[in-house]
Write a protein that binds this ligand. Structure first.
Ligand code: SF4
Ligand code: SF4
Length: 355
C-alpha cells in the first residue's frame, strides 16, 4: 500500500469538516459534518457514499499547490478500493480483479474457452430447438444456477462485513424505501443542485454520467427480467425457448440489451475523458475492462437475437454465455460490487438520519 489510506482520508475529512464550503454537494458532506472525529468505520461509510463526481475537488480552494493538498474524490476512491478488498469473500480475489485488467481478461477468456469446449464436446446433441440444439437446457442450468448463486452468496457475506464495520444497526422499512428511492433516481449523481456532475469535464455540469448509469442499471434489470420470465414460461407453462420476437422474454431482453450496451459504452467514453488522478488510478484499467465486458455481453446477446437461426449461432452462444459466466464470477470482485456497497451506504445513511 503506497500510503495509509485511512490516515489520508481522515486528514482530508477533518479539513472539510472545518471548511464546510461543499455542504450541499452530496450525501457525503452532511454525514461528514455529523462527526468531529472519524473512526475507520466512519471513513469507510463516507467513502462508499461518494460517487466520485469531483464537484468538491473543482470547487475547492485547498487543492495542490495549496499546502493542504485536498483531493477528497481520490482519497475516498482509494479507501473504497481498500474497503471492497477487505470485505470481499473469498479474500484475495478482489485485490486481483480490482487492480489488474489482465486478470479480468484472463477470466473472460477462460469463460469463452470453457463454453466453447462445452458447446463442441457436450452440447451438440441436436436434440433441442434453437439454442438448445447447441447446448442442452440441462447443461445450461447445471452451469448457470451455481454461477448465479455464487455472487449472491459472496456479496451477502461482504455486505455483512461492511455493515458491521460501519456500525450499522436496525433497519426500518422507511430506511429501505429512502435508500431505494435514491438508487432508482440516482439523485446524488445529479449533484447538490440538480445540474449534474463534473466527472468528465471540470467546466461543465452534465447529466451524462447519471443517464449512462441509469441505462446500465435499468438495462441490467430488464435482461434479468427477461431471463426470469423465460424461466417461468419454461417450468410453469411448459413453453420452452425459442420465443418469437413479440414475446415477453425477447422484448425485455432486446430493450435491456440496448440499454445495457449503450450505457456501458457511454460510461467507457466518459472514463477516457475524465482526469484519472481524481480517482484511484490503480483500479482504472480493471474498471474499464469490466465496463467493456458489460458492453460485450449486451452486444453478443443482441447478435444472438439477430443471428440465432444461422450457422453462427453455436459460436455466438458460446461467446455470449462465456462472457455471462465471467460476469457472474467477477461481479463480487470488480466494479459491479459498487452497486451493492452504495445501496448499503445509503441504507446506513438513512438509518442514521432517522436517529
Ligand atoms: S473539498 Fe475543499 S472546499 Fe470542499 S469542504 Fe473540503 S476543503 Fe472545503
Ligand atoms: S466527489 Fe462528489 S460525491 Fe464525492 S465527496 Fe466530492 S462532491 Fe461528494
Amino acid at each position: 500500500m503506497p500510503h495509509d489510506v485511512f490516515a489520508e482520508a481522515r486528514r482530508q475529512a477533518e479539513i472539510c469538516n472545518a471548511c464546510r464550503y461543499c455542504e450541499g454537494f452530496c450525501s457525503v458532506f452532511p454525514a461528514l459534518q455529523a462527526d468531529r472525529a472519524f473512526s475507520d468505520g466512519d471513513l469507510t461509510q463516507l467513502a462508499n457514499l461518494c460517487h466520485n463526481c469531483r464537484g468538491c475537488y473543482y470547487a475547492c480552494q485547498y487543492t495542490a499547490p495549496h499546502e493542504f493538498d485536498v483531493n477528497l474524490p481520490r482519497a475516498l476512491a482509494e479507501l473504497r478500493t481498500e474497503s471492497w478488498e477487505r470485505f470481499a469473500w473469498p479474500g484475495g480475489l478482489a485485490r486481483m480483479f480490482q487492480r489488474h485488467a489482465g486478470a479480468v481478461t484472463i477470466a473472460v477468456a477462460a469463460g469463452f474457452a470453457l463454453l466453447l469446449a462445452l458447446v463442441h464436446l457436450l452440447g451438440s446433441t441436436g436434440a433441442g430447438d434453437g439454442f438448445y440444439a447447441a447446448m442442452s437446457h440441462g447443461l445450461m442450468v447445471s452451469i448457470f444456477l451455481p454461477a448465479f448463486f455464487f455472487p449472491l452468496t459472496s456479496l451477502a457475506i461482504s455486505l455483512r462485513r461492511y455493515w458491521r464495520a460501519v456500525g450499522g444497526g436496525r433497519v426500518r422499512g422507511r430506511d429501505i424505501a429512502a435508500a431505494l428511492g435514491k438508487v432508482a433516481r440516482m439523485k446524488d449523481l445529479a449533484a447538490g443542485h440538480g445540474e449534474g456532475c463534473n466527472f468528465e469535464d471540470e467546466d461543465r455540469f452534465s447529466q451524462a454520467r447519471r443517464l449512462a448509469h441509469q441505462a446500465i442499471m435499468y438495462g441490467f434489470l430488464l435482461c434479468f427480467a427477461a431471463t426470469g420470465v423465460a424461466t417461468l414460461m419454461h417450468y410453469l407453462w411448459a413453453m420452452p425457448a425459442p420465443y418469437p420476437f413479440l414475446s415477453a422474454p425477447k422484448l425485455l431482453g432486446v430493450s435491456g440489451g440496448v440499454l445495457l450496451g449503450g450505457g456501458a459504452l457511454w460510461i467507457a467514453a466518459l472514463k477516457t475523458r475524465a482526469e484519472r488522478s481524481l480517482s484511484d488510478p490503480r483500479a482504472w484499467a480493471a474498471e474499464m475492462g469490466f465496463v467493456l465486458l458489460l458492453a460485450f455481453i449486451a452486444a453478443s446477446g443482441l447478435a444472438l437475437y439477430g443471428l440465432g437461426s444461422t450457422a453462427a449461432m453455436p459460436l455466438l452462444l458460446a461467446l455470449h454465455l462465456g462472457a455471462v459466466l465471467a460476469f457472474f464470477v467477477l461481479a463480487p470482485f470488480t466494479k459491479m460490487a459498487h452497486g451493492a456497497y452504495r445501496f448499503a451506504a445509503l441504507l446506513r445513511d438513512a438509518t442514521r438520519t432517522k436517529a
